[in-house]
Design a protein around this ligand. Structure first.
Ligand code: TYD
Length: 239
């Protein structure tokens, strides 16, 4: 993607800025004192839902007050925005409109659900957050990570997760799992395999930008093995 020497320098400078912003925003939020905002990321059919369910049971068994929520959605207004974004009939939607709607839904969800729960001392497990926008809209939709990052950083006022679990699965395997489970395909599931491959490479690029925050987990393993790794990382971060 970056062929010229100038391009490489620009990319390195951008990476440096991302890492700097990430650290500054987390320190400003005071989140480094209490690592309780945890997000899950991944392409289609990565098993996120099952893994989050398992984690919720173990967190509660260990005495943590934990809530699970999801994006797009998670609150009344955000769910309404979700319906507009994922409606299979909305084929004429501009990619920028899509990106702005995800960011708007995120802002509402953050202020209405995530921050109050964190302030009440809860662990918040969120299925997708800003990194979904960076991978899907930034890379797969070609809007550019920089642009989508700016929109979202504005929408969330620099409020980043303390820990992000990215489950990395080959899209061919992920989509086959969805079909096997007979789940209905939404507007984004229906994209061609090339789109999902771009989503995956987007996530891997984003994971390199935020190496301290994002942990990449190999999702091509059995669900039990994947879960063991995740549980260890999560419990280690909130202890
Ligand atoms: P959902 O049914 O929640 O998918 P999953 O079970 O895979 O999490 O649908 C959410 C879809 O929206 C999914 O295809 C990913 C996409 N998405 C984005 O493109 N950008 C975003 O910022 C978010 C949060 C989701």
């Amino acid at each position: 993607m970056y062929f010229t020497t100038q391009g490489v320098i620009k990319q390195e400078k951008t990476l440096y800025l991302y890492v700097k912003y990430d650290i500054i925003s987390r320190v400003e939020n005071g989140d480094n004192m209490n690592k309780r905002f945890i997000t899950f990321e991944g392409g289609e059919g990565t098993g996120k839902t099952t893994l989050i369910e398992k984690l919720m049971v173990d967190l509660k068994d260990a005495g943590f007050d934990a809530i699970k929520t999801r994006e797009p959605g998670g609150s009344k207004i955000s769910e309404q925005i979700r319906n507009v974004i994922l409606n299979v009939e909305n084929t004429e939607m501009e990619y920028m409109t899509e990106a702005l709607l995800y960011a708007a839904s995120r802002c509402q969800h953050l202020e209405e659900v995530i921050k109050p729960a964190l302030n009440a001392g809860k662990v918040v497990i969120c299925d997708r957050y800003i990194d979904s926008s960076l991978a899907y809209q930034g890379v797969a939709r070609n809007l550019g990570i920089d642009k989508v990052y700016k929109i979202n950083d504005y929408a969330i006022s620099g409020f980043y997760p303390d820990l992000t679990i990215y489950i990395d699965v080959d899209p061919e395997i992920g989509l086959a799992r969805i079909k096997q489970n007979h789940r209905d395909m939404d507007r984004l599931d229906l994209e061609k395999i090339a789109f999902h491959n771009k989503v995956r490479s987007g996530y891997l690029e984003v994971a390199k930008m935020f190496p301290d925050r994002i942990k990449v987990i190999d999702g091509n393993d059995t669900i039990d093995n994947i879960y063991k790794k995740i549980k260890e990382i999560v419990f280690d971060s909130i202890k």
